[in-house]
Design a protein around this ligand. Structure first.
Ligand code: MTE
Ligand code: MO
Length: 334
């Protein structure tokens, strides 16, 4: 997001972590960078690729129904998965610091068990829910989605979780519930970014959706990725995934869900309202005031292979979600 320090834009552009990982991958596969390139041509590096893609075995394996690998399935994409190493080591989770590898380095301090979610506002069944009770009602399934950060990089991630709408309905929102707001945990002892004096965020991190957006079948609550429980740096134990919106909407480590009549305030919108809107729908034609949104770096990406691709309207999910915004001025409501 890089609000205060333009230098960070540069560091996110060169993806130091990926450069490092790619180098290691080539060296590991062949003993030299040059040979690695040659081997890539005959497909030999695929083995090394598979290795970095594997999540560690200390994350519990999950039981879930696998996504139907059909190109026409909106919950699936034929695009190459971003290797596990990038998904779990190149993160935005400011509660643990603003560096891309800070969440990987420091999120292990977070305790995720026990975990409770407070539900309040315009809802028939408010209360404090234990995570186990939420999980017991929501069978796990897999979704392979694109994730497009507002900083113009993207990934393809195999999530495990359940539809957001199904969970929200279990709380029985009233007819006055027009919006839903989410909050992340505040626990300064475990979240070193929350202790930082230079932090721009007024904790807790907050996000929100219009109810019809929240109820859309693509809207997802993730509890896992790559077939295992979700790593802490990716928002354990429960995080939102909104594939057609910029990544900052996909709030991590959720402890509160509030239903309201009015549009809630959200973290990034409060910090820089002219740069980050409430809707934050991915749109290649509406640039960020400080950079273009027309293209993105698809991870893995390196200095040598930037892997730059064109950004698509609603992150390629227009067919599914454009109807939510018919008649709306997408330049005004960015
Ligand atoms: N609580 C919280 N949630 C957050 C963020 C954050 O800093 N704090 N960063 C957001 C941003 S900007 C992005 S791009 C995604 C990144 O998700 P990932 O690290 O799992 O790829 O998380 C989002 N959710
Ligand atoms: Mo982001």
């Amino acid at each position: 997001m890089l609000i205060t320090k333009p230098n960070d834009v540069l560091s996110s552009e060169i993806t130091p972590e990926s450069v490092y990982l790619n180098r290691r991958k080539f060296v590991g596969a062949s003993g030299s960078l040059l040979l690695g390139g040659a081997l890539a041509a005959c497909g030999k590096t695929e083995q090394a690729e598979a290795k970095v893609s594997e999540p560690p075995s200390d994350l519990a394996a999950l039981e879930f129904s696998a996504v139907k690998k059909d190109a026409a399935n909106p919950f699936y994409t034929t695009e190459a998965l971003t290797p596990y190493a990038d998904v779990a080591r190149y993160n935005n989770f400011y509660e643990f610091g603003t560096g891309k590898d800070d969440p990987y380095k420091y999120a292990s301090a977070l305790t995720t068990n026990p975990w409770q979610v407070k539900v309040d506002g315009e809802v028939a069944k408010p209360g404090t829910y234990n995570l186990e009770d939420i999980l017991a009602k929501n069978p796990l399934e897999e979704r392979i989605y694109r994730l497009r950060c507002v900083e113009a990089w993207s990934m393809v991630i195999p999530w495990v979780g359940f539809p957001l709408g199904a969970m929200l309905q279990q709380f029985e929102p009233t007819s006055d519930a027009k919006y839903v707001k989410f909050e992340t945990l505040v626990r300064k002892e475990e979240m070193r970014g929350q202790r930082s004096f230079s932090s721009t965020i007024d904790w807790p991190y907050e996000e929100g959706l219009r109810m019809d957006e929240a109820m859309h079948p693509l809207s997802f609550m993730a509890t896992g990725l790559y077939g295992r429980e979700i790593p802490k740096q990716n928002g354990a134990p429960l995080r939102l995934v909104m594939p057609w919106k910029y990544g900052f909407k996909s709030i991590k480590s959720i402890v509160r869900i509030s239903f309201s009549k009015r549009q809630p305030a959200t973290s990034w919108q409060q910090i820089a309202p002219h740069e980050y809107g409430f809707y934050a729908n991915v749109n290649p034609e509406v640039d960020h005031p400080r950079w273009s949104q027309a293209s993105e770096r698809r991870l893995p990406s390196s200095l040598f292979e930037p892997n730059r691709i064109e950004t698509r309207l609603f992150n390629g999910y227009a067919e599914q979600v454009a109807g939510l915004y018919s008649g709306m001025n997408l330049v005004r409501y960015y």
